[in-house]
Ligand binder design. Sequence first.
Ligand SMILES: CC(C)(COP(=O)(O)OP(=O)(O)OC[C@H]1O[C@@H](n2cnc3c(N)ncnc32)[C@H](O)[C@@H]1OP(=O)(O)O)[C@@H](O)C(=O)NCCC(=O)NCCS
Length: 249
Amino acid sequence: MPDPDIWSSPPKNLELPEREVHIWRANLDLEPEVLSRLASTLDNDEKARAGRFHFTRDRDNFTACRGILRELLGGYIGSSPASIEFAYGEFGKPAQHPRNSGPPIRFNLSHSSGLAVFAFARNCEIGIDLEAISPEFAGEEIAERYFSARELAELMALPAETRPEGFSLCWTRKEAYVKARGAGLQIPLDSFSVSLTPNQPERLESEDSYRWRLRSFKPAPGFVGAVVYEGVHEAQGFHPRYWDWGVWR
Ligand SMILES: CC(C)(COP(=O)(O)OP(=O)(O)OC[C@H]1O[C@@H](n2cnc3c(N)ncnc32)[C@H](O)[C@@H]1OP(=O)(O)O)[C@@H](O)C(=O)NCCC(=O)NCCS
């Protein structure tokens, strides 16, 4: 898993060549003027969704996340953030609407505890997930409910002090796979397995694992992230690039 210092300054002009995967991270707790600039780019549906959050921080984080997504996507396709239109898959996965101009770019995003990660790729499906590592959440009961038998056995074999990280590695890898496929909980979570031992190679065992690459990464101290993307990129020497939105904007 790459170190947190993998995150670097992106170029001002965004370009996404074929076979590259770009991962961005962003702190969602923003200065009011930045938040209001981003909020002004949202469409009516997004504004309505934002308005339905009960807590201000949740509303602001959602607004920031969608605004940053628009800004980045706009940078890649050469359109203004407010002009971007989204389409939604059967199970809610957002994608570019065919009406947008510019190259077809696939993306996915995840947010947790004030941090967000975004993944972009050309012509290949992609899914990303982010979680804060939480000792309270690393319970056997939850693992029994959501993990495959193989994952549960690997988790329980870990020393107690690394179990929270192993749990989060498993969770994010599973979520990233499910999100890459865009099928939400239509895919039974125990129908495929991922490896979860910290500092060991990422492994995905699923009926279609030949299609996918799985990478874990450290978005910030106390967090883990995972990305799953289609294709042969790594076999051809391509690896994800990790960029900081806070430096770019
Ligand atoms: C969307 C989903 C796939 C992930 O949600 P989540 O982990 O709660 O939230 P995240 O922050 O990681 O991702 C949410 C984003 O994913 C995107 N998304 C929504 N539906 C999606 C789908 N079907 N596929 C891929 N991405 C989707 C959206 O951009 C959404 O954010 P936005 O609506 O604010 O733009 C969720 O609906 C789900 O089904 N989760 C599985 C829950 C579970 O039991 N996991 C156990 C893992 S062991």
